[in-house]
Ligand binder design. Structure first.
Ligand SMILES: NC(=O)c1ccc[n+]([C@@H]2O[C@H](COP(=O)([O-])OP(=O)(O)OC[C@H]3O[C@@H](n4cnc5c(N)ncnc54)[C@H](OP(=O)(O)O)[C@@H]3O)[C@@H](O)[C@H]2O)c1
Length: 269
């Protein structure tokens, strides 16, 4: 059972990167709970197959073929959801697997990930955070799920821009968790090490490594765990070192965000 009122049969969710892997796992779990889904990704054939699988679970599914790096990506999602009773936004697409050192690729290479993981995400959280808060004020609570990574916890060689963008997302989303919970919108960030997705399999295949050798998590279990933890943020981390670890534990992170937010209230009123 999820504790969040955002997960409601008959309401709509959108899922970025909803056409495969973890994104499709979120859509599948939400559909099993009776939610209709708008799946967003670039490739139309994959979107169509994913939407058919979601519809087979007895709910409605729409698709939006869109590159999240497009300057009007948020406007396109806003238009595609304007007529829908939206209660949940799932921001999932966000991997970066070039495995290159930062200076060995030109800025334009890294800018693609920054556009999707930072610029799009920030504008979308601003737009949909406000929309969901307004709906909550009118009596319909909402939720936001952001798929992060343990990469958010610090810099790592061959992963600089990825870890930087995931760190940005974690800081912003923990702040939003504190700001939006009192306004009727649950926010949670999924943190984990590695998941068995098509992206991971493609990356491993280049080096001839079987996915079984990596201990990758099951996307269905990750999606279900996150949905059930919505309302109990700021993070859901099934790979936490211990319940009181200050970096990886939800309880410890919540305590820190709450204490620091109280300090901000003291400064700013
Ligand atoms: N897999 C892991 O081991 C792992 C570990 C930690 C965290 N994560 C996080 O989990 C999330 C999902 O990862 P993933 O492995 O499933 O790979 P992903 O590439 O982030 O997600 C794949 C999905 O996103 C879509 N997508 C990718 N780029 C897009 C863009 N620019 N515009 C629109 N759609 C786009 C893909 O469809 P199209 O290609 O058709 O657009 C597909 O539906 C990411 O945020 C990632 O950082 C993954």
């Amino acid at each position: 059972m999820t504790r969040s009122a955002a997960i409601a049969p008959g309401k709509w969710a959108f899922i970025t990167g909803g056409s495969d892997g973890l994104g499709l796992a979120f859509a599948t779990d939400l559909a099993q709970r009776g939610m209709h889904c708008l799946l967003i990704a670039r490739q139309e054939d994959k979107l169509a197959r994913a939407a058919a699988a979601v519809r087979a679970l007895g709910v409605e599914a729409r698709t939006l073929s869109l590159d999240l790096e497009a300057p009007d990506a948020v406007a396109q999602i806003a238009a595609a959801t304007a007529d829908l009773p939206l209660t949940l936004a799932v921001f999932n697409a966000g991997a970066e697997a070039s495995g290159a050192a930062f200076v060995d690729r030109p800025y334009d290479h890294w800018a693609t990930t920054i556009r999707r993981n930072v610029l799009f995400l920030t504008e979308a959280l601003n737009h949909f955070g406000k929309r969901l808060a307004d709906s909550a004020a009118a009596g319909t609570p909402g939720g936001i799920i952001v798929v992060g990574s343990e990469a958010a916890f610090g810099g790592v060689g061959l992963s600089g821009i990825y870890t930087a963008t995931k760190g940005f997302a974690l800081n912003l989303c923990e702040s939003l968790w504190a700001e939006l919970a009192p306004r009727g919108v649950d926010v949670i960030t999924l943190l984990f090490k590695i998941a068995d997705t098509p992206m991971l399999r493609e990356t491993l295949a280049r080096r001839g490594i079987p996915v079984e050798a990596t201990g990758a998590s099951d996307p269905i279990a990750l999606a279900r765990g996150t949905i059930e933890a919505l309302g109990d943020g700021p993070v859901y981390n099934p790979d936490a070192v211990s319940p009181d670890d200050p970096v990886t534990s939800n309880a410890a992170r919540r305590e820190r965000v709450n204490a620091k937010t109280e300090q901000m209230k003291f400064f700013y009123g």
